[in-house]
Design a protein around this ligand. Structure first.
Ligand SMILES: [Zn+2]
Length: 299
């Protein structure tokens, strides 16, 4: 077998005879980079890892121009959960929480919780947002239900994260085509779901993608596509921070200048990049013609 990358990679595959498509993602260094940027309690780190794996997994079977993000906000213990994967395979994510954390951390129990998947190109203002029904305990259940409802096709999503790895497996029944018999397809889907159910969380976390697919589906014919490399990366830029400052307006920019001796420092929450603006920069950005402001989570 050729040497395929094991970590920080997305593999798409097809179970040809079963009419099932899927993707498997395994994040190692990229996940540790994201997880190491804050002192996350284990329960928060687990859902962040799951969301990060999901953001990569969900790019598997769509034509992506821009980025796909999974975001959750609530007024409860998990205030914010954000994970993003771009069309170039760059991943970033963060979470914000309040102590004490409930044990276990159940998404549907969070007050005023809202979860959304956003797909699109921020620079061009082309965005699609789908709201995820949060009547489920975990990220995987919620996203699985979202796919079943939005695409009207059966789906399975498994996600898991520990200190070292964030991993995910997604299966989707392919739409019926001419010549297929629905009953036979249902049997095949049930068979694949049954095989997938034999997979434990520990095995999912510990097994390299190709081995995992072989172990689960060796009796199906697995067609593996070219793996997509993934890496930690941030899409922040001076231009986007400038746009964010401009959208705050003069009063807030003046207040920020005054607070730090005629200088503004903006630190990206995702990658810790520092952006500095002196009074001249601030005057320039405030006097420039208002450009369309791209929404950004940079603060
Ligand atoms: Zn950044």
């Amino acid at each position: 077998m050729e040497n395929l990358p094991v970590d920080d990679v997305l593999h798409r595959f097809l179970l040809e005879h079963a009419g099932v498509r899927g993707a498997v993602v395994r994040l190692g260094p990229a996940w540790r980079e994201v997880a190491g940027r804050a002192d996350y309690p284990p329960a928060v780190r687990a859902v962040l890892g799951e969301a990060l794996a999901a953001s990569a997994l969900l790019t598997g079977n769509i034509k992506l121009d821009g980025a796909l993000s999974v975001e959750l906000k609530s007024s409860g213990a998990l205030r914010l959960l954000f994970a993003e994967c771009t069309d170039h395979g760059r991943l970033r994510g963060l979470a914000r929480w309040n102590e004490p954390l409930p044990e276990p951390l159940v998404l549907k129990a969070l007050p005023d919780a809202g979860m959304a998947i956003t797909i699109g190109n921020v620079e061009r203002g082309q965005r699609y947002q789908g709201l995820v029904d949060l009547q489920h305990a975990g990220v995987a259940d919620a996203l699985e239900n979202y796919f079943i409802q939005s695409e009207q096709l059966p789906a399975r999503i498994l996600l898991a994260a520990n200190d070292e790895y964030a991993v995910g497996l997604m299966l989707q029944k392919m739409p019926d085509e001419g010549g297929h018999h629905a009953a036979k397809d249902d049997d095949a889907w049930s068979r694949v779901v049954h095989l997938t159910a034999t997979l434990g969380v520990e095995e999912l976390l510990a097994t390299a993608p190709e081995q995992l697919l072989y172990r689960l589906y060796h009796e199906e014919s697995v067609r593996l596509f070219e793996p997509r490399p993934l890496a930690f990366g941030c899409s922040c830029s001076r231009e986007r921070v400038t746009g964010m400052l401009r959208s705050l307006g003069r009063d807030e920019v003046e207040a920020a200048l005054a607070a730090r001796g005629d200088e503004i420092e903006v630190i990206c929450e995702f990658c810790a990049q520092r952006y500095h603006f002196d009074r001249i920069d601030a005057e320039l950005l405030l006097s420039a013609h208002a450009a369309p402001i791209a929404p950004d989570t940079t603060q």
